[in-house]
Design a binder for this molecule. Structure first.
Ligand code: PEP
Ligand code: MG
Length: 323
């Protein structure tokens, strides 16, 4: 089976009928890097950077070293670096305990107060971008309001200008996109799209915040349903908002790593999926073996579903067909 799966790594990123899609890797640890090329990912769609925080590698040179390793492991493909998503389940030592950490000081909310932390990270990313032009982009986590985007973009522009005036090489065209993981942003996707370069849908948090289910609480884990129709509705709203303004949209939450769901995303028009490296081959194997038309039909049926069970049933049927 492993051998069979590895064959999928070499297949083109195309459905059975020749329509293209892109699978990228979610990466958090250096140990995962060899799997980017081994499992045939086109670069890194989500680089989680919180390990730098936990190892207390805040300084610019240590960050640069980490980012460069990821870029080198990605060949000539792009790498999307997410700003520190501390808080929630990824606690920072400095943060005081909060009664509701997932609704608290997390992601961009925290970074906009920890100015040195944000500055260092943007500087490190900008410096790396100069060595790998066109390949590096910034992803902002936990955005809720346009104001947070404007503030981050101002900081990025300011740092780019400073670095350039010091004679550093920086990719001035570097893209800045946001995680769509808070329902407010999905609901406002059309209004927000003109202000960002891309959307990356984080189905893990989008599910937790839409369904009011703590993603880490075992007691209610059976209520954590990323395939709930409400989540799909928000995903479709995000996609339509992005389409209206011509910005790219991808999915980097765990949903993308479930083969049936990946097929539905493609059917609905989201062809750029980023997932844990271990899921790349099973997902690719399914996508390469089915036609875009079949995926579109699946997408239509998912969009019309009224319950999680209906959606799950559709995925099961889709995955079993043809085996
Ligand atoms: C998500 O929320 O779906 C996501 C990809 O981010 P994380 O799991 O790191 O919160
Ligand atoms: Mg998230």
């Amino acid at each position: 089976r492993v051998k069979e799966l590895l064959k999928a790594a070499a297949l083109p990123h195309e459905t059975g009928c020749g329509s293209s899609f892109t699978l990228r890797a979610n990466v958090e640890f250096l140990e995962e890097l060899p799997r980017i090329s081994k499992h045939g990912a086109k670069g890194v769609g989500l680089l989680r950077t919180e390990t730098l925080l936990f190892q207390r590698n805040f300084e610019v040179p240590a960050q640069i070293e980490f980012y460069e390793k990821v870029l080198q492991a990605s060949g000539t493909d792009p790498v999307t670096i997410r700003l520190f998503d501390a808080g929630g389940d990824k606690l920072l030592e400095e943060a005081e305990e909060e009664p509701n950490p997932f609704l608290g000081w997390r992601g961009i909310r925290l970074l906009l107060h920890q100015r040195k932390l944000l500055r260092n990270q943007i500087e490190a990313i900008c410096r790396v971008s100069g060595n790998y032009p066109g390949r590096v982009s910034i992803l902002v986590p936990m955005v809720t309001d346009l104001n947070e985007i404007t503030r981050v973009k101002e900081k990025v522009s300011k740092i780019i200008a400073e670095l350039k005036s010091d004679g550093a090489d920086v990719d001035e065209e570097m893209k800045v996109g946001i995680m769509v993981e808070v329902p407010a942003v999905a609901l406002m996707a059309e209004e927000i799209a003109p202000f960002v370069d891309f959307f990356s849908i984080g189905t893990n948090d989008l599910t937790q915040y839409t369904l009011a289910v703590d993603r880490g609480n075992d007691r209610i884990s059976e209520l954590f349903e990323p395939f709930h129709p409400a989540v799909w509705k928000l995903i479709r709203m995000t996609m339509k908002g992005a389409e209206k303004h011509g910005i790219p949209v991808s999915v980097c939450g765990e949903s993308a790593s479930i083969p049936g769901a990946a097929a539905a995303f493609i059917g609905l028009g989201i062809t750029d999926l980023s997932m844990t490296t271990n899921a790349l081959l099973p997902v690719k194997e399914l996508l390469c073996s089915r036609s875009l038309q079949e995926m579109k039909e699946l997408g239509v049926r998912v969009a019309a579903s009224r319950s999680t069970d209906e959606v799950k049933e559709l995925f099961q049927q889709f995955t079993e067909k043809g085996t």
